[in-house]
Design a protein around this ligand. Structure first.
Ligand SMILES: [Zn+2]
Length: 289
């Protein structure tokens, strides 16, 4: 039985830690995250991205994740990451996701607020948590786009603190993703988080705050952000990089073209688990279950 993200983040906010949230696309990623969380006694926050959920893939991937979760003795939440389409959100809720993000961050304030409120009203009546985004977390080098697809200076799209209270009041979102200097994908230069901006947001917002683009952000900056109010940090590229590195090394050195998957994926799983455990300890969610 999946747990609600609202409850998971309320615990984190109360106790002053953050739950790392991991995007997963397949069996090996899901199992690695769940095993690492169970071994570290941390709640597990798994997410899926729309690129992996087309057609019947949403049913297939979510039912696999939900089934796997039942074998682990820790609270697990399944969250839909970065949905921009209401129909996709409805489908995800039907498939058993316990939490959804509606991402209207590229829209103007009024449209973003209006759409988020609509999603929240639908989701809340079904006991589902809603994350929204105000300001826009842009892209570094993201795996699905070329280098030239990177967004402009993130400084232009930071969350505006004076808009936050009004946005939460209109939307009733349970958690809010904020833009304070991080970016998705792999960084071209080390980010500098705007903790001053985060403080201004925390002062006017009672909802748990979410940091996207956690991969590649220095641990010390993320720990400072947690002390200043961040309670969920999204991680994708760090885990994918570990998986790809493990697979690449193994495949390059394999003598047998039909090397068995348990051998080919062995290092990738071990390396993903190391990355996940490191985040759990760094963000303080280890030992909370
Ligand atoms: Zn994101």
């Amino acid at each position: 039985m999946l747990v609600s993200m609202k409850k998971m983040l309320a615990d984190a906010k109360r106790s002053g830690y953050a739950v790392p949230a991991f995007d997963v696309s397949n069996y090996d990623m899901t199992k690695s995250v769940l095993e690492a969380c169970e071994e570290e006694r941390s709640p597990a926050l798994l997410m899926c991205l729309g690129v992996d959920l087309g057609g019947r893939d949403m049913d297939l991937l979510s039912s696999m994740i939900i089934s796997l979760s039942e074998h682990f003795d820790i609270p697990v939440c399944l969250h839909l990451d970065h949905a921009t389409d209401f129909e996709e959100i409805k489908r995800a809720i039907d498939c058993g996701f316990s939490s959804v993000m509606y991402d209207g961050s590229v829209l103007d304030f009024d449209r973003n607020a209006e759409n988020t409120a609509k999603v929240a009203s639908y989701a809340h009546s079904r006991g589902i948590t809603v994350e929204a985004e105000l300001g826009h977390v842009g892209n570094g080098s993201v795996g699905s786009v070329s280098e030239s697809g990177a967004d402009a200076d993130p400084g232009e799209t930071l969350t505006v603190p004076r808009e936050v209270a009004e946005f939460v009041r209109i939307t009733d979102a349970d958690a809010l993703a904020v833009a304070i200097g991080t970016a998705h994908g792999v960084y071209k230069k080390t980010p500098e988080l705007r903790i001053d901006r985060l403080d201004e947001i925390t002062a006017v917002c009672d909802r748990p705050l979410v940091l996207h683009g956690g991969s590649g952000t220095p641990d010390s900056q993320m720990q400072t952000a947690i002390q200043h109010g961040i309670t969920k940090i999204n991680i994708y590229s760090d885990v994918v990089s570990a998986m790809n590195r493990g697979l690449k090394d193994k495949l390059n050195s394999a003598q047998n073209p039909a090397a068995w998957p348990f051998i080919v994926f062995g290092d990738a799983r071990r390396m993903m688990k190391e990355v996940v455990k490191n985040k759990l300890r760094t963000f303080g969610s280890a030992g909370r279950v």
